[in-house]
Write a protein that binds this ligand. Structure first.
Ligand SMILES: [Zn+2]
Length: 60
């Protein structure tokens, strides 16, 4: 697996860590983690968290 691949904690979209845009182009989320450091249980936990608190920060 590509070591510099990160994935969106909300929609799972993957991209290179070297890209500059802080937000996910697909869903606008700002949470990323290295794909290599995530396992399925971690992904599930992160996606079960309510997105509302993050969304407020994005608007502000
Ligand atoms: Zn996303």
């Amino acid at each position: 697996m590509e070591p510099l691949t990160i994935e969106c904690l909300r929609c799972g979209d993957r991209r290179s860590e070297l890209q500059h845009e802080p937000e996910c182009v697909r869903c606008g989320y700002l949470g990323w983690a290295r794909t290599a450091s995530l396992d399925e249980s971690t992904r599930k936990k992160l996606r079960e968290r309510p997105p509302e608190s993050r969304r407020l920060r994005l608007i502000a």
